[in-house]
Design a protein around this ligand. Structure first.
Ligand code: FES
Length: 345
């Protein structure tokens, strides 16, 4: 099954390979003290706020490229990741945008509630898990299609600006529940008829054919949004020879070919069952709600644990062979190739 998936997904793997190349040498845990210098409501439903950060010492901030994100340390100590959606040429400020998720894990609610102009906090990065290769400048594609779902517009905005400034042939489809829920509509409108806005309340849930209407061979598709939308696009692209897909999703990827196993917490002595469809991190959080995590997708390292015994099945994209040999394991995605892992917890 895995071999078949690999063959079917041959065009899709390009993204993962690129991600690995972009992430592996760029481990960057710099903590930068920043101050909030701008705060703005960006959607009519009032549930999306943009924040601008400047370095507390007034220095230029580390450079970034479209697709990059920041790790944001919230006042409570939570670590959350947000795509940079400002202008990479602006070396004095970073901009992110956050949608409030009422029934989420508390990170977005805290950002809305506790982060105001003047607040100081730390950021780490930027890092890029969604690298953008422009046709003619490192990509064999000849045109681009962007698809953004709601707050998924954030990494797409800098990509659109760069494609536009380089006069690349591009189009964009922006989708969401309703126009009131879509942030940055004014900025997007500035690109004219290259952008199509469609919403579920008026047009119903989008199909893959609709999201990719007009996409032909030699097109690179960049999409970011809810997991169902990204899944629909992935399924559609599999039937479109010559189309590349690069995607970023909001949630953990589905567990593929998972098998049940156990984790033993060496210091506490507990033995926890990890079902085939749940991650080690999920199981740890149920037992220890303070267990740190952030991306849940195997690239930020926040959930790293140390394996004392057992055979890990590493499914991350960032740990080096030396780190794996030392026993590091990313609990949000990696699993066990045997029956039990003993963790240094
Ligand atoms: S939470 Fe980011 S790598 Fe696991």
């Amino acid at each position: 099954m895995r071999l078949l998936d690999a063959l079917v997904n041959a065009r899709l793997r390009w993204t993962a390979i690129t991600n690995r190349r972009d992430l592996a040498p760029r481990r960057d845990d710099r903590r930068i003290p920043v101050r909030v210098v701008g705060r703005r409501i960006e959607a009519h439903d009032n549930d999306v706020v943009s924040l601008r950060f400047a370095a507390v010492d007034g220095r230029a901030l580390p450079a970034w490229r479209p697709g990059a994100h920041l790790d944001l340390e919230l006042p409570s100590g939570r670590l959350r990741q947000y795509s940079l959606c400002g202008d990479p040429a602006d070396t004095r400020t970073y901009r992110i945008a956050v949608r409030r998720i009422p029934d989420g894990d508390g990170g977005s609610a805290e950002t809305h509630r506790a982060v105001e102009v003047g607040t100081t906090l730390f950021v780490r990065g930027p890092r890029n898990a969604f690298p953008f290769a422009v046709p003619g400048y490192g990509s064999p594609a000849t045109r681009l299609r962007f698809v953004a779902g709601g707050i998924g517009i954030t990494p797409i905005l800098p990509m659109m600006r760069l494609a536009h400034s380089l006069r690349v042939d591009w189009t964009m489809l922006y989708t969401g529940r309703s126009r009131d829920a879509l942030p940055f509509l004014d900025e997007v409108a500035g690109f004219g008829d290259r952008v199509t806005v469609r919403t579920d309340d008026r047009d119903g849930l989008p199909t893959g054919a609709e999201l990719l209407r007009g996409v032909g061979p030699d097109t690179a598709v960049y999409c970011c949004g809810p997991a169902p939308m990204v899944g629909v696009i992935g399924a559609a692209v599999r039937g479109m020879p010559g189309v590349e897909l690069h995607s970023e999703r909001f949630s953990a990827p589905p567990i593929v070919n998972g098998t049940p196993f156990e984790v033993e917490l060496a210091r506490g002595g507990e033995v926890l069952a990890v079902p085939a469809d749940r991650s080690v991190l999920d199981v740890l959080l149920a037992q220890r709600p303070d267990q740190p995590y952030s991306c849940r997708q195997g690239f930020c390292r926040t959930c790293k644990v140390r394996v004392l015994a057992g055979a890990p099945d590493h499914r991350d994209t960032v740990l080096t062979p030396a780190e794996r040999a030392a026993g590091d394991l990313l609990a949000c995605v990696s699993r066990c190739a045997g029956e039990r892992l003993v963790l240094d917890l």
